[in-house]
Design a protein around this ligand. Structure first.
Ligand code: UDP
Ligand code: MG
Length: 326
């Protein structure tokens, strides 16, 4: 273990390479300026870098812009997924292709402040942390409904899976070892925030204020968010499955009481209004069975997806600065 520690510390120097993975979806209007800003911070602090830009099947001019960027800077690698696979898959692709001693994931819209990068790199290099995670100290501009939903979602996850993701973001710096551990995880449907919390390692948290989007608008429609939330909850916990058992138990006790009451009524000769009980029972049983089946269905869908073993993403194009193939 000491050996490993020594080795990993030796690697951490001024010359350590930082890979910056950025998923890009319909960000053509400002990707160039965003990269410019980030690069400015890196050059100023003399951090050796490479960019992995993952175009998540954008239909605007993002890919054209990215291609131009690659021609200008040989430290940029660009991947284009064959269609829109979603941010999670784009992150996976980018992380798989990153070569750095540390890998930083951030958004293309500058909502994750690049000015924090030097501090994160320093925490990795000098303080020996393996995971430096950005925590949102404020959630930026969001409408109230969205905020309430996000809160509820994180509350469920926290209560059921014991990982506090309340203010977590996808703004993270990971050590090479963590990246390798992440790659070992075979599941197809990923939830980056949760999985990178699950792996553990030495962690440090840095707070940041979510800036306003530089341009364009958010790609998370309500249905997309719901899908992400269901995905995250079912991949994080099997508590909903246990809920069925609990529900069953409650139903059972209810049934005993109701049954006793019904019998008592019958034997005392007052069994005229049994009709209501029957209807009530039918309703309760019917609805709880429906709910339970729904939950089982969600898990079955997951199992079905994992069993199919499809790749997380497909790359249609890859170009690397300097014209070399990747
Ligand atoms: N993104 C992506 N694929 C998608 C949706 C978003 O790669 O299907 C990227 C997007 O380009 C951005 C990041 O994920 O770099 C965050 O997206 P966005 O800013 O729309 O989300 P928000 O900040 O509103 O949560
Ligand atoms: Mg954003």
């Amino acid at each position: 273990m000491e050996m490993i520690d020594d080795l990993s510390n030796q690697k951490r120097s001024e010359n350590s390479l930082l890979s910056i993975v950025i998923p890009v979806y319909q960000e053509g209007s400002h990707i160039r300026s965003s990269i410019g800003v980030i690069k400015g911070v890196l050059l100023e602090n003399q951090i050796p870098y490479e960019f992995i830009l993952v175009d998540d099947g954008s239909r605007d001019n993002s890919w054209e812009e990215i291609k131009l960027l690659v021609q200008e800077d040989s430290n940029i690698t660009a991947l284009r997924l064959s269609r829109n696979f979603g941010k999670e898959s784009a992150l996976c692709a980018g992380i798989d292709y990153a070569n750095g001693d540390m890998v930083l994931t951030m958004d293309a819209d500058l909502q994750h402040p690049p000015s924090l990068i030097p501090e994160m790199v320093k925490a990795w290099r000098d303080e020996g942390y393996d995971v430096i995670e950005g925590l949102k100290s404020s959630r930026g501009k969001e409408n109230r409904f969205y905020r309430a939903c996000a809160r509820l979602f994180y509350y469920i996850i926290f209560k059921t899976a014991d990982v506090d993701l309340g203010n977590a973001s996808d703004f993270k710096l990971l050590d090479r070892r963590v990246v390798e551990a992440w790659k070992e995880m075979p599941e197809r449907a990923t939830f980056f925030r949760g999985m990178s919390a699950w792996v553990g390692f030495e962690r440090k948290q840095i707070r940041f204020d979510v800036a306003e989007r530089v341009n364009g608008r958010t790609k998370w429609s309500f249905t997309r968010l719901i899908r992400l939330a269901v995905n995250a909850i079912t991949s994080y916990t099997s508590v909903p499955l246990h809920c069925i058992t609990v529900l069953g138990l409650i139903m059972f006790f209810g049934a005993i009481i109701l049954g006793a009451q019904t019998l008592f009524m019958k034997f005392s000769g007052r069994a005229t209004s049994g009709f209501t009980t029957v209807i009530l029972l039918q309703l309760i049983i019917g609805s709880s069975i429906m709910v339970s089946l729904g939950i089982i269905g969600i898990y079955l869908t997951r199992i079905y997806k994992e069993v199919k073993g499809r790749p997380r993403y497909l790359i249609s194009k890859c170009i690397k600065g300097g014209g070399t193939k990747c």
